[in-house]
Design a protein around this ligand. Structure first.
Ligand code: ATP
Length: 459
């Protein structure tokens, strides 16, 4: 059965993953805070990405660049002039929309290009007879280009001279540090720079829960290479993204679509882009973008900064401007996709349980220690305190409610193992380990618990 957005949102909100932001002040539209389990899950996703794309590739380096950069960066990158969406208002109810999205909703097979003129959008609105989704009138304002960058001011005066922007992507921080990383790491092509960090876009129509927000985190990798290697590295990155999604995030192939952008859809800086789309509850939408950005960004920054960002190939003694292959994904979008994927309401013989089948590496909590009865609390606490130090990951302790209820609580947040201590443990030093997915229980020696769990956390 198709998962409904309300159902997964309700589950994540009520179980401590995500909260509406500023809730006690009636909230702030489309802003979300991450609760204790959401933070653990996010951290695990970021760690897994970093391990897979950075640590395990000897040619990839980390970077943490500023959110606020010299504004010329955004002039050079084209964001100041071109990073805008076609904004349209309904004259009748005053609701505000993105013209491209309104047209795509009328015909989901259309993938509207970023660079249509406002006149072309206007014509498509007419052709598809688009009316306001809110009040169903057809009284539109003209289309205006709305720049998505958040403005802010540095210093004490608020004027144009002091205007700065919150970065709308982490990638530009990487391009402007290309030479710093290359020089200090003595890196040879091909090599990559990976960065995880917040980005901000003043989206016209945020929504669909955490799918599109104005503040979000990105995990971006810029892989620099010789132009002639670019096609091969693009294919390699695509395969790595597939491997990561299928085998590490355990996303099913049938819920993904790999959309090869047509010439009309390509952004001005790209000669090939593949959108990895996921079947979210609201529909098939972009999860991860993989683009060949050519030498566009380095060339632009060379022109604006007047600095030499070329790479000297020591074997041929020739200077080249590297091409860049970029896989870029939002942390929250990936988190949302994983949560939709692993959520299940499972019918049992005389019961029902909600279970989140997180891959063990991603599960927020790895183990729950559950004394069978309260009388065993003191003894069990000692075991728990030992295991806290031994298990690689967060573990929890719970004494409240029947053991059945406690198992259900852990299933619902995706804890892969529960450890039960009963009176026999006092004499045998054996505990029961229950596995989340199979619900099978095995008795093991207390001394083997940390090995048993930790070995399952190794990939
Ligand atoms: P969309 O078409 O959905 O607006 P985009 O093509 O503008 O996305 P990119 O600029 O390629 O997105 O950004 C790379 C990735 O960053 C996206 O694939 C997505 O995972 C994430 N992302 C982009 N915008 C947002 C947002 N507003 N909220 C959450 N994640 C986002």
């Amino acid at each position: 059965m198709k998962l409904k957005q309300e159902e997964i949102v309700n589950h994540l909100k009520t179980s401590g993953f995500v909260f509406s932001s500023s809730e006690i002040y009636n909230g702030l539209a489309n802003a979300w805070d991450y609760g204790p389990l959401g933070v653990l899950l996010k951290n695990n996703i970021k760690q897994l990405w970093n391990e897979y794309f950075v640590v395990q590739d000897p040619n990839v380096y980390n970077l943490d660049s500023s959110i606020i950069l010299n504004p010329t960066v955004w002039k050079a990158s084209g964001h100041l002039d071109q990073f805008s969406d076609p904004l349209i208002d309904c004259k009748y109810c005053k609701a505000r929309f993105r013209a491209d999205k309104l047209i795509e909703e009328k015909d989901p097979s259309l993938n509207i290009s970023d660079h249509l003129t406002n006149q072309e959008y206007q014509e498509l609105l007419k052709k598809y007879d688009v009316s306001c989704p809110n009040c169903h009138h057809q009284e539109w304002t003209d289309i205006r280009n709305f720049n998505l960058m958040f403005k802010t001011f540095q210093g004490v005066t608020e004027d144009n001279l002091n205007t700065l922007y919150l970065r709308p992507e982490t990638a530009q921080g990487i391009f402007i540090n290309f030479k710093n990383v290359q020089r200090t790491m003595r890196a040879k092509l091909p090599f990559g720079i990976g960065q995880i960090g917040k980005s901000f876009r003043n989206e016209i129509t945020p929504g669909n829960f955490i799918f599109r927000t104005r503040e979000f985190e990105q995990m971006e990798l810029e892989y620099f290479c010789e132009p002639k290697q670019a096609d091969l590295i693009m294919d390699m990155m695509l395969n790595k993204v597939k491997d990561f999604l299928f085998n590490y995030c355990q996303i099913k192939k049938e819920n993904l679509n790999f959309h090869e952008q047509t010439k009309d859809e390509l952004a001005h800086y790209s000669n090939r882009t593949v959108d990895v789309q996921y079947q979210f509850p609201h529909g098939m939408s972009e999860l991860w973008g993989i683009a060949n950005r050519t030498d566009h960004d380095l060339n632009k920054h060379m022109a604006y900064s007047k600095q030499d960002l070329s790479y000297l190939d020591q074997t041929t003694n020739q200077k080249i401007i590297p091409y860049v292959i970029e896989p870029s994904v939002g942390v929250e979008r990936l988190l949302y996709a994983i949560c939709c994927e692993v959520y299940e309401v499972q019918k049992l013989s005389n019961d029902e349980r909600i279970v989140m089948h997180f891959p063990i590496l991603l599960a927020p909590i790895k183990l729950a220690v559950l004394p069978l009865v309260n009388k065993l609390d003191e003894y069990s606490k000692k075991i728990f305190n030992q295991l806290v130090k031994q298990i690689k990951g967060k573990i929890t302790y719970d004494t409240s409610g029947s053991i059945g209820k406690r198992y259900r609580r852990q299933d619902a947040i995706g804890t892969p193992f529960c450890l039960t201590i009963d009176f026999d443990t006092l004499s045998t030093q054996q505990v029961t380990i229950r596995e989340r997915d199979s619900m099978l229980q095995v008795k093991i020696d207390l001394n083997d618990v940390s090995w048993y769990i930790n070995s399952r956390l190794e990939k």
